[in-house]
Structures are given as C-alpha cells and as structure tokens.
Design a protein around this ligand. Structure first.
Ligand code: PEP
Length: 236
C-alpha cells in the first residue's frame, strides 16, 4: 500500500488540527487512498489523532538524547507515549536551520528504535549540489547516518531534493525515479524499506509523479495543510 505523510511543520493550532481531522474523515468515506500518516506539531498530536485509527501519527523531530536537562526538547519515548508511531528524522529544515548532521541524526535514529518509532528519514541534495553533479554523492553521505540502524526493522526514506521543498518546483518523475533506484541500491540490505518522494507535491502533479517514479508514496508539506488537497493527493 502506498504511504502518504502530511508534514504540517509549524502550522495549526489544536482547533485547526481537529477541523482538518473532521474534514479528512469526511473525505475518506468515499474510499481509496493509501496508508495515511499525519505529522502535526507536538502540541496538536492529541487533536490530530483519529479515534477510528484511519490514520496514524508522526512527530516531526525527536531529541538525540533519551532524557535529561535539555529544556525545550521532546524525547522519542515521550512522542511514542503521546501516540506517535513514526518520527520524521533529518528533514532538510532541521539539517539546515538546526545544523543536524550525520552524527546527531544517527543518535536520533537510535532513540527512535528504543521507543519503537519507525523513522521517516529524509535525504536530498541542495540546488548547489545538484548543479555540481553531486546528487548521488550527497545521498551516499546522508545514508551514512543509517549505518548502525538495524536492517531488519521497517524504515521509510523520503527523497526530498531541497530545491523542490516549498518552491512549487517538483522533481521530474524521471529524476525522482533515478534517486529511488540509487537509494534502494545503497540500502539493499534493508528488509522492509519504503521510499517516498517529497517536494512541491500537489494534487495536480501527484498521479504522474507517483506512477512515473515508482515511489512508494509522498511526504507532503504545503499541500497537506488542507485536508482536501492532501486527500486529493493520497487518493489520486
Ligand atoms: C516537506 O517539507 O517535507 C515538503 C515536502 O514540503 P512541500 O511539499 O511544501 O514542498
């Protein structure tokens, strides 16, 4: 089954999250769609939960430490306790704004496993890396964070070229497909791997991107803020 993840980033109050859930639930009655995951901000996890289990919850980040004197941080165990089954790790905004690199991301992956959260691990090249022909090299470097992650456990990798995130300029299905093949080769020892594409996915480009790239689904940012457009993507 295809997997569709809504990454709300720093958007939505609890009331807005509830409205989204009600609207998504109404639209799901029609049927179709794949496996749905919603990644709200921590404060809206409870409000975004579906009592009927039609979608599951992800957090957008976890601390690299299990617990301690780290004011403002949220541990993987706390996220799991708050209802998350998944955790986004290594989103390009965290890599860029919060300077998260291989070492800290490897620790976050380990914290996820201790808490039984399935990581949605993000990779993808910047525009400069792409222009310099370094897309493949970048992916090799980024998957190094997974070196100690047990190959037998389920893993989701999201290929999100940084230049495509929030820009309205998605990758072509061919480029996304090539990245998928490369990631699958790099992680050929994994027993349960799903590879998603993320970056300016819309209801308009989703069907061709999905079928043309062979991806297992999408990680959706901007277009996931509306239940209507997210469901249009997930049910296309
Ligand atoms: C994202 O940030 O994970 C993302 C894919 O964003 P957008 O869909 O807005 O490009």
């Amino acid at each position: 089954m295809k997997l569709f993840v809504a990454n709300w980033k720093m958007h939505k109050t609890r009331g807005e999250a509830r409205e989204f859930g009600e609207e998504l639930g109404r639209r799901m009655v029609v049927g179709g769609g794949g496996e749905i995951v919603v990644a709200p901000p921590f404060t809206a996890l409870d409000a975004a939960r579906d009592g009927r289990g039609r979608w599951s919850l992800a957090c957008q980040n976890v601390s690299d430490e299990p617990e301690g004197a780290l004011t403002g941080e949220i541990s993987a165990r706390m996220a799991a306790d708050a209802g998350c089954r998944w955790a986004i790790v290594g989103h390009s905004e965290r890599r860029r704004v919060f300077r998260e690199g291989t070492e800290v991301l490897a620790k976050k992956l380990a914290r996820c496993r201790e808490a039984e959260l399935t990581p949605i691990f993000c990779v993808g090249e910047t525009a400069e890396e792409r222009d310099a022909g370094l897309t493949a090299t970048t992916l090799v470097r980024q998957v190094e964070a997974l070196a100690a992650d047990p190959a037998a456990l389920p893993l989701v990798v999201a290929y999100e070229p940084v230049w495509a995130i929030g820009t309205g300029r998605s990758a072509t299905a061919e480029d996304a497909g090539a990245a998928r093949v490369h990631i699958a080769q790099l992680l050929s020892d994994r027993r349960d791997l799903r590879i998603l594409y993320g970056g300016s996915v819309t209801p308009g480009n989703a069907p061709a991107l999905l079928s043309g790239s062979g991806m297992d689904g999408f990680l959706v940012g901007g277009a996931s803020l509306s239940a209507a457009s997210f469901w249009a993507i997930a049910s296309a």
